[in-house]
Each structure stands twice: as structure tokens, then as C-alpha cells.
Design a protein around this ligand. Structure first.
Ligand code: NAP
Length: 373
């Protein structure tokens, strides 16, 4: 397992992180205690050190299991544990959710207790609550780092402008900076490419990718012939009609991407899951990919995702099948109009130092993701 340093920190994280949202079967699409332990063991055996949870995953069971497994292996020093706050588990109490100081300070105590630890390596705001000023979040994050309860901080599922503002506040006020952006990214969800990749690489936030398989769609277990009525086993079937945008993956457009992925995987002699994880892990700015599983065999499959390269011609086919049309103002930043700025002179398309030699790997990770062998 290779490690990248996360964002602009000295923290080394495995390029494949273990997502633990499926630890616990409370939501109807996870794994029980014993299977979760096997998944954890297989990940540790493969050399992984980076674990991701959240206070509300499987109603707190994910954190409890993760903490127990880490303790049973005596791994606390070695493990890099990420967890999150924002979602509310107390009906009727509006301050037991969101990103205000009162909730963050409440939530961190619960997570520490369930994880059975006295510090969290990477503490994420789980999602934007649309109201709390970035000043309040960043000051509270800084207090937590100074108190020793948290080592590094991150933002998940927030608008890019909010992350940029939060990072600027941290820089100018000397607060702990944001080290990671945790975002959905896969062959069927490329919405982060216009804003967040440049944001992360230029401003020291390594991207940790969630749902690299689009909740299982890209594993190949769902077939286009099943249309919107996919049947059988799997999260996308269990969660059908839930209204959660993370699970709305069965569409005409996505079936086209699945078909091309299947063809490319066949040519490479690899599983579709491995090709999909490999593709996203080698995108610019990506520090780590959170792989999730409900069965040990799935994890074993996914752990083999980084020991091959996708040749240029096949990568181009995946790119073409999954491309999203550029929107304004990004239509203005291509070579045609940018050439009008340089008077015809050839100018690199990235700022100096954007891709220092030592960070280039595969198709190139940016400053947010230095490789450490
Ligand atoms: N910040 C956020 O908002 C956010 C949101 C979502 C997730 N996350 C994090 O990201 C992690 C990963 O997300 P995810 O679970 O959605 O990732 P994913 O890779 O898109 O989906 C994982 C699911 O796909 C299926 N699968 C995985 N590997 C497979 C294989 N090789 N063959 C066949 N099926 C396979 C399994 O589900 P079935 O067996 O049910 O088909 C598995 O639970 C989570 O655990 C969590 O830590 C964060």
C-alpha cells in the first residue's frame, strides 16, 4: 500500500481508505459485527492505515465497531481515524445537528466515547448547514486542535466558495487549516472537477473521495437491461425510492458509462470495480479513495485496484463516456480564449510548483497529494 501526505500536512494516509459506513446492519444495507471485523482485518493485513466513519453512521455503531477493532489490534498509534459531525440524532433538538459551536463540541465528545479514544486524527464537518458562518466553524476546529482532541480538520459536502472562505479565514487568523475535502467522485459523478480539484491542489486540501463505485453501480452487479427497476441484492436496490441523491444512480446516462467501463475492464482483464477505483484514485488532487464493502471478497477485489495502469487509449474512452459538458465560466478557460491573454506565447497551463516532480504519479496527483513510498 502506498501512502500520500494529506493536503499540506505531514500526515501519511493510504491511497485506499476504508469506509465504515457499512459497519453495522442498522440501515439494512451494511454488514454485521463479524463480517465487518473480517473486512477490517483484510484491510489492515493489506497495509491500510486510514479509516473513515461518522457519528451518525449506522446510528453510532460504525464508530463503536471501528474503535473496538482498532483497540483489539492495538493499532491506535498506527491508525488514522477520520470521523464527522453535522447530522442530527436527537429528534426535537435543533442544536444536536448542524455546524454551530454548540453541536460540534457536543458531537466530538460522543465520537471520542464511541471510538474509545482520546483524539481524532481528522475531524470532518459532514455537510454544509447553509447558516453557520465559516468563522464559527474554523475557530471551533482550532480550539479542538489546541485542546488535543483533534489532530487535523476537513470539510465534506460543502460548496467550493464556502471551503475557500474557510481556508482563507484559517490562513489569515492562524487557525488550523483545512487539510482535506471529502467529496463524491466517480465515473458517474464528476461534478467536483471544475471547482474543487483546483481549490484543493492550490490551497493544500487533499481530496478524499467517497462513493468511488457510485454505491455499487460501477461494480457491474447492476445491468442496463434492468433499467430503473434493478432487482437483486445490493444497496441501490435496498435504498430505491429513498430520495437520497447519493443513491439515485440508475439512469440512461449512467448505463452508458457502465457499458463502456465493462468493455474497458474486459480488455484489461480486471474487474469493473478495480478499473473504476483506479480511474478515480489517479485523478489530479486525489489523496485517498474511500472504499466500502459489505463482503470481504468485495474489499479484496477493491484492494487490487492500484497495481495496474489504465493505458491512455482506454482511459480516453472512459473519459469520453463519462464527460460532463463544461459550464460557464469554465468554457472561458480553455486554450482558445486563454490564448488571447498570452499574446500567443506558450505558457504552462498550471502555476509554477503546481505539479512538482516528486508528486507526479500515474496521471498526476497535485500538491494536495505528495506520494510517499
Ligand atoms: N462524506 C459523505 O457525505 C460520504 C457519503 C457516502 C460515503 N462516505 C464514505 O465513503 C465510504 C465509501 O462510500 P460507499 O460505500 O458509498 O462506496 P462505494 O464504493 O461507491 O460503494 C460501496 C458498496 O458497493 C458495493 N461494492 C463494493 N465493492 C464491490 C465489489 N468489488 N463488487 C461488488 N460490489 C461492491 C457494496 O454494496 P452492496 O454489497 O450493497 O452492493 C459496497 O457497500 C463510506 O463508507 C463512508 O466512509 C462519505
Amino acid at each position: 500500500m502506498d501512502y500520500y501526505t494529506l493536503g499540506r500536512t505531514g500526515l501519511r494516509v493510504s491511497r485506499l481508505a476504508l469506509g465504515t459506513m457499512t459497519f453495522g446492519d442498522d440501515w439494512g444495507w451494511g454488514a454485521d459485527d463479524s463480517v465487518s471485523r473480517q473486512i477490517f482485518d483484510a484491510y489492515v493485513e493489506a497495509g491500510g492505515n486510514f479509516f473513515d466513519s461518522a457519528d451518525l453512521y449506522t446510528n453510532g455503531r460504525s464508530e463503536e465497531m471501528l474503535g473496538r477493532f482498532v483497540a483489539d489490534h492495538g493499532l491506535r498509534d498506527k491508525a488514522v481515524i477520520a470521523t464527522k459531525f453535522s447530522y442530527n440524532g436527537q429528534p426535537g433538538n435543533p442544536n444536536a445537528g448542524g455546524n454551530g459551536r454548540k453541536n460540534i463540541l457536543r458531537a466530538v465528545e460522543g465520537s471520542l466515547k464511541r471510538l474509545g479514544t482520546d483524539y481524532i486524527d481528522l475531524y470532518f464537518l459532514h455537510t454544509w448547514d447553509r447558516f453557520t458562518p465559516a468563522e464559527e466553524v474554523m475557530r471551533t476546529f482550532d480550539d479542538l486542535v489546541r485542546s488535543g482532541k483533534v489532530r487535523h480538520v476537513g470539510l465534506s459536502d460543502v460548496p467550493a466558495w464556502y471551503a475557500a472562505r474557510a481556508q482563507t479565514i484559517a490562513e489569515w487568523r492562524g487557525y488550523e487549516p483545512v487539510s482535506s475535502l471529502q467529496l463524491e467522485y466517480s465515473l458517474v459523478e464528476r461534478g467536483i472537477e471544475d471547482e474543487y480539484v483546483d481549490l484543493g491542489t492550490r490551497h493544500g486540501m487533499g481530496i478524499t473521495v467517497w462513493s468511488p463505485l457510485a454505491s455499487g453501480l460501477l461494480s457491474g452487479k447492476y445491468k442496463p437491461s434492468q433499467g430503473d427497476q434493478a432487482e437483486g441484492e445490493g444497496r441501490l436496490v435496498t435504498t430505491a425510492g429513498s430520495g437520497n441523491p447519493a443513491f439515485e444512480k440508475l439512469s440512461e446516462r449512467n448505463w452508458g458509462i457502465v457499458a463502456e467501463l465493462e468493455a474497458v475492464a474486459r480488455e484489461l482483464g480486471r474487474s469493473m470495480a478495480q478499473v473504476a477505483v483506479n480511474w478515480v484514485a489517479n485523478r489530479p488532487g486525489v489523496s485517498s479513495v474511500l472504499v466500502g464493502a459489505t463482503k470481504p471478497a468485495q474489499l479484496q477485489d477493491n484492494l487490487g485496484a492500484l497495481d495496474f495502469d489504465i493505458p491512455g487509449e482506454l482511459a480516453a474512452r472512459l473519459d469520453a463516456a463519462s464527460a460532463v459538458p463544461k459550464r460557464f465560466p469554465y468554457t472561458f478557460f480553455g486554450p482558445e480564449l486563454q490564448g488571447m491573454l498570452t499574446g500567443g506565447a506558450t505558457v504552462g497551463d498550471k502555476p509554477a510548483g503546481f505539479y512538482p516532480d516528486q508528486t507526479v504519479r500515474g496521471s498526476g496527483a497535485g500538491v494536495g497529494a505528495d506520494v510517499v513510498e
